[in-house]
Design a protein around this ligand. Structure first.
Ligand SMILES: NC(=O)c1ccc[n+]([C@@H]2O[C@H](COP(=O)([O-])OP(=O)(O)OC[C@H]3O[C@@H](n4cnc5c(N)ncnc54)[C@H](O)[C@@H]3O)[C@@H](O)[C@H]2O)c1
Length: 437
């Protein structure tokens, strides 16, 4: 057995800070409240439903993760959010149309009590949106200060012992790393001069990290994936992670691709098309916002299949991803994949996957897990990029000289082994030869 890490107990309330009170956030908040009231199960959440094997197979020890390691209880979560629209959480959830209206009506009073704070927003970064519930200030630095005031007010109002921020707002346009992102000093200068390379999501992240609040990024925006904010996370001992919740089609891709590769099946082409009609789909209909998402979706196969190691199987792979805004579908997306594969002596075959999925139903449990695990990481003294949370992301953030790990099964092993490491338990390698000695 290794030495266990010292983990502070999760006493008191945990505040959940959500920039963006749209489909994902409201499905998450309403879902947590429904679960607390015994109206449903937290399906899709590893922290609530997953188990972890400890010790040898013969010992028969597989506790629930939440019994194995000290996580905040869902009863202790308190929520706040920001949005460019003034709708309270009940109205926003009703408009999002993800959850059944009867379920929302049961939780109406609670949901109506959650009102969005004024957002830090500018149409340059999300061209398809236009809202008026927006903060005004002389500089981006002042906007960050206003967000910090919001966060402190929320902390005091609910007497919170800890907080976590999870970005659930719209995808911003594609931004490349520039000089202002290179160091905290340059970034803070850029905030004061309102540098256009600093997007609203970076301002939220700066506010959170400045106050020692862990940050998770559910969208593909650069946000905390820049040296400046990583420097701030290290300076203030704060865990960060991202980017882009792994749901829907990419989840399916990272389940299928490792399996095909494990059997040395070749892939010539992978065409992924989506139709969806929610606000996210509308935002992604804009080419600049789609480019951010496209980069996130395309990189997955390359890293999983490693064509440089398997040129005969994957070098010629043609990968295409399309997202089409189609209002009649609302949040109920259809993700269609055509995979052209080949086997023994190059004989071609095809796989078609038609996933009739519900985006926010898949994303809500990820928000819950990320909030609870980020809080755990902070209590365990972790800081900077939390690579063990790659499991939840389409574009996992990673260390400077590393490539991201996309294979869902390696990601799960990494996550569970990190939990074992926190508790000083032996790592599970699946070698198992000693059972046959
Ligand atoms: N649902 C999924 O499966 C999934 C998967 C991966 C990533 N995501 C990402 O999660 C995010 C949320 O998705 P959604 O379906 O809830 O979208 P949504 O459009 O329903 O909600 C986003 C909300 O953010 C608000 N917003 C935009 N910019 C803001 C800002 N600067 N500050 C505060 N609020 C702001 C919008 O007004 C909107 O209400 C999107 O970026 C999406 O790409 C979703």
């Amino acid at each position: 057995m290794e030495k266990a890490k010292k983990i502070k107990e999760p006493t008191g309330k945990l505040g959940v800070l959500l920039p963006g009170l749209g489909a994902v956030s409201t499905t998450f908040i309403a879902g947590v409240e429904a679960i607390r009231n015994g109206r449903g199960l937290p399906i899709g959440s590893l922290t609530q439903m997953g188990t972890i094997r400890i010790g040898k197979r013969t010992e028969g020890q597989s506790p629930l993760i939440k019994d194995f390691i000290s996580l905040a209880k869902i009863e202790d979560l308190v929520f706040t959010g920001w949005d460019i629209f003034e709708d309270d959480c009940y109205t926003a959830a009703s408009k999002a149309g993800v959850l059944d209206q009867r379920l929302l009506d049961h939780e109406k009073k609670f949901l109506q009590s959650i009102l969005p704070r004024k957002a830090v927003f500018s149409g340059e970064y999300v061209p398809r949106l236009n809202g008026t519930h927006v903060k005004e200030a002389k500089s981006k630095y002042d906007l960050a200060g206003m967000l910090m005031d919001d966060i402190e007010e929320f902390r005091n109002q609910h007497n919170l012992s800890r907080m976590v921020m999870c970005w659930c707002a719209s995808t911003e346009v594609f931004l490349e790393k520039g000089p202002v992102h290179e160091s905290l000093e340059e970034f803070e200068k850029g905030l004061k001069t309102s540098d256009p390379d600093i997007s609203p999501s970076m301002i939220y992240a700066y506010a959170a990290l400045s106050l020692g609040v862990p940050f998770a990024n559910g969208a593909p925006n650069l946000t905390v994936d820049i040296p400046a904010l990583q420097e701030l996370a290290h300076k203030n001992n704060v865990p960060i992670s991202g980017k882009d919740f792994k749901t829907g089609q990419t989840l399916v891709k990272t389940i299928f691709a490792p399996g095909l590769k494990a059997r040395m099946i070749g892939i010539r082409g992978w065409f992924s098309s989506n139709i969806l009609g929610n606000r996210d789909g509308e935002v992604l209909d804009d080419p600049a916002s789609f480019k951010t998402k496209e980069e996130s979706k395309l990189s997955v196969l390359n890293y999983i299949l490693q064509p440089h190691l398997y040129p005969d199987l994957y070098k010629e792979l043609y990968h295409k991803v399309r997202i089409n805004y189609y209002p009649p579908r609302g949040d109920n997306k259809e993700g269609w994949d055509n995979i052209d594969i080949f086997g023994w002596l190059g004989y071609p075959m095809q796989i078609k996957i038609d996933f009739l999925c519900r985006d926010s139903i898949l994303a809500a449990p990820l928000v819950l897990d990320l909030v609870l695990f980020k809080d755990l990481a902070q209590r365990a003294g972790m800081k900077g990029i939390q690579e063990w949370l790659s499991f939840y992301y389409k574009s996992p953030m990673h260390g400077k000289d590393l490539y991201p790990e996309h294979d869902l099964f390696i990601q799960l092993m990494k996550l569970k082994n990190t939990l074992r490491f926190f508790k000083g338990e032996d790592q599970i390698t699946h070698l198992g030869l000693d059972y046959y000695d």
